[in-house]
Design a protein around this ligand. Structure first.
Ligand code: 5GP
Ligand code: MG
Length: 176
């Protein structure tokens, strides 16, 4: 059990399970984007650890960029997604892979979709380490999903609770 601010969290997804999910997504990305020179766009802050692990495993040429989006306050979404740092790289005509830590309601993805639609990319796909199918309210398809979880609040492996917990190497869920 661990404590972050006022809440207690219990172990939920092990390092081994996370690594297995990362390996599977990476194997598919290596096959699907062989010789394509994709641009990986990580969604900060939460995706920094997942992005790093996936990009380390990519074997061909690739480029890396980040955008910074924010919608969460404490343990729930505010419903409004803010673009805190936008795309500062030309992506026109390129193959883009969005790297997300977790897709919850899909509000963030929708916002990113708007940004990319304005950029005339060749095509883009989404890879997310975690996915909450019960909470997802959008119809955008997610090509690469690591681990599906119920609609619970998790921390660790990049994900935070009000700033804390991002450094944890396994994932914890809020204790009920
Ligand atoms: P969405 O816009 O899909 O509702 O939420 C996406 C963002 O909300 C994620 O990238 C992540 O930053 C945050 N988020 C969603 N669910 C969780 C969760 O269970 N734990 C944490 N720490 N952040 C979450
Ligand atoms: Mg995120």
């Amino acid at each position: 059990m661990i404590q972050l601010h006022d809440l207690q969290f219990e172990p939920y997804i092990s390092e081994e399970e996370i690594e297995g999910a990362v390996e599977k997504i990476s194997a598919r990305l290596n096959a699907d984007y062989k010789d394509q020179n994709p641009i990986f766009i990580g969604v900060l802050n939460g995706s920094f650890m997942f992005a790093s692990e996936v990009i380390k495993r990519f074997k061909g040429d690739c480029e890396v960029s980040f955008v910074k989006m924010g919608s969460y306050e404490g343990t729930s979404t505010t419903g409004t997604v803010k673009t805190l740092v936008g795309l500062n790289q030309k992506v026109e005509g390129r193959k883009v892979v969005i790297l997300e830590d977790i897709v919850d309601t899909g509000n963030t993805l929708e916002e990113i979709n708007k940004i990319l639609e304005a950029e005339n990319v060749a095509d883009y796909k989404v890879a997310t380490l975690f996915f909450k199918p019960e909470a997802y309210k959008k119809s955008l398809s997610i090509a690469y999903i690591g681990i599906e979880i119920p609609d619970k609040f998790i921390v660790g492996y990049g994900l935070d609770y009000d700033g804390l917990g991002r450094n944890l190497t396994q994932v914890y869920k809020r204790k009920e």
